[in-house]
Design a protein around this ligand. Structure first.
Ligand code: KIV
Length: 264
């Protein structure tokens, strides 16, 4: 088993697993110093490409961004979302997962559950491709953003789904927008770590979309904590630069190359 995955599994019931998303090298390099898992999420569809949903992001888009992210990663586990349409049947799923790993050098793939694709997880793990599952709000298959597992009946259905994903061989599972009660039950019942988003602290770890927690994306539902308002910081820097260019204050003598080679 991949050493990095072993490390993640060993954290269950001991220490929290910290995860964030990245779509490029520069951000990945910063995250890599602190987080256990970096996810190249198909959330790039909304965050980078301004699509209405995650459905139109292609495998090529994911491969390109993952190749960039990989250049910033040394320590953390690199997990990559398989985009909608890239795992529609067993053969397509296996070929595309293999392609993703070969082209990017990622450690694992993430697959959203549609309550029916457990066999795909089983096939990939049999082929030594580590898989992270994803239940609750799964944007590739659901339109409505709502908290799941509110009633006992819903909770038991989610638990069954999570157990089927574990039995299929997944090494971990994302719980998105689950009630605290469901998150707690699933986390206690599974042997593999649960990674929560909008699902309370009662999970083995947490994940957020980095652009959301940095205040860049403009998407701030209640479960996102904005740790900084990067939009405002960038805007202030751009304003200052604009002013200095107009007033001939930039570049100064310090910014002349003096015959030295530029970085590019
Ligand atoms: O695409 C993504 O970024 C995700 C996380 C929100 C879990 O799936």
């Amino acid at each position: 088993m991949n050493k990095k995955i072993k490390k993640i599994l060993a954290k269950k019931n001991k220490t929290k697993i910290v995860s964030l998303t990245a779509y490029s090298k520069n951000i990945a390099k910063i995250l890599d110093k602190y987080v256990d898992i970096v996810l190249v999420g198909d959330s790039m569809a909304n965050v980078l490409y301004a699509h209405k949903n995650t459905h139109r992001i292609s495998l090529e888009n994911i491969i390109q961004h993952t190749s960039s992210v990989k250049k910033g990663i040394k320590n953390s586990l690199l997990v990559v979302d398989m985009p909608k349409g890239s795992y529609d049947n067993l053969k397509i799923a296996r070929n595309n997962a293999k392609l993703l790993i070969k082209k990017t050098g990622c450690d694992a793939v993430k697959i959203e559950s549609n309550k029916n694709n457990f066999k795909i997880i089983k096939l990939l793990t049999k082929n030594k491709i580590p898989v992270m599952g994803h239940i609750g709000y799964t944007p590739q298959f659901k339109k409505k953003f709502k908290v799941e597992g509110v009633t006992k009946f819903e909770t038991m259905k989610l638990l069954k789904e999570a157990k089927q994903i574990q039995e299929a061989g997944a090494f971990s599972i994302v719980l998105e927008c689950l009630s605290p009660k469901s998150a707690k039950l699933i986390t206690n019942e599974l042997n593999i770590p649960t990674i929560g988003i909008g699902s309370s602290t009662l999970c083995d770890g947490q994940i957020l979309v980095t652009d959301d927690m940095l205040g860049l994306s403009g998407f701030y539902p209640k479960f996102v904590k904005k740790y900084v308002n990067l939009n405002r910081i960038i805007e202030n820097a751009v304003k200052k630069y604009t002013k200095e260019v107009k007033l001939n204050k930039f570049p100064t003598i310090n910014n002349f190359l003096n015959g030295k080679r530029n970085r590019r």
